[in-house]
Design a protein around this ligand. Structure first.
Ligand SMILES: O=C(O)CCC(=O)C(=O)O
Ligand SMILES: [Mn+2]
Length: 199
């Protein structure tokens, strides 16, 4: 599917069994560049291990986490941590668009095109049955793919710096998503995924 044909529009997009919000210019290019540099140098980036086929391996990206409460993500226990002011501000801006109150952010740092995120659903019980997940990109743009788990139908987005993609409705039940490896870039991308953990 050609992203340029379908996804130049801004706003809510209906999917079969899901819903997305797409705004490529949510943050201006200048502001996004400043935020990228600030977060790159100040967040406590860590390369965390996950269990794969019973073995511990390092994830192919760096991560940082902030939230009022702890969170279990891919078997990792992430402890509570206070939001830095910039992330608090972005959380509030994303919350207004989603019409929801995000209370956590998982930040991903893809150091270059070799860092990636495999196919998954963000369907942890703590997120509830129809979670809003807001995904903000800063820095290098990367291709993001969604695939319906029953029909195999795909949607693709080029997530550029300053873009906002919100996955909503039943998207986490019926669609997987991934950020594939690419040989096209050696530049870094920061992705902020704002989530609401329900207690
Ligand atoms: O980097 C991205 O765009 C995707 C991140 C993601 O899916 C996640 O953190 O669960
Ligand atoms: Mn995800």
């Amino acid at each position: 599917m050609n992203q340029g044909d379908l996804f130049e529009q801004t706003g809510w997009i209906d999917l079969p069994d899901g819903k997305l919000y797409w705004q490529p210019d949510f943050i201006s290019a200048n502001e996004a560049a400043l935020m990228f540099e600030s977060l790159l140098s100040t967040l406590p980036w860590q390369q965390l291990p996950i269990k794969m086929f019973g073995r511990e391996v390092l994830q192919p990206r760096l991560q940082a986490w902030f939230g009022e409460h702890g969170y279990t993500y891919s078997g990792l226990m992430l402890p509570p941590a206070k939001f830095p002011p910039l992330l608090d501000n972005l959380k509030n801006r994303c919350s207004r668009v989603a019409g929801d109150e995000f209370n956590t952010v998982l930040a991903n740092l893809y150091r270059d095109g070799q860092d990636y995120m495999g196919w998954h659903q963000d369907n942890e019980r703590e997120l509830g049955p129809s979670p809003n997940i807001a995904s903000l990109t800063l820095g290098e743009s990367r291709r993001f793919v969604l695939k319906h788990i029953h029909t195999g139908e795909k949607r693709e987005f080029e997530l550029g710096s300053g873009s906002l993609l919100i996955m909503a409705g039943k998207t986490q039940t019926f669609w997987q998503h991934a950020l594939p490896k690419t040989a096209k870039t050696r530049e870094a991308r920061i992705n902020l995924t704002f989530r609401k953990i329900i207690y």
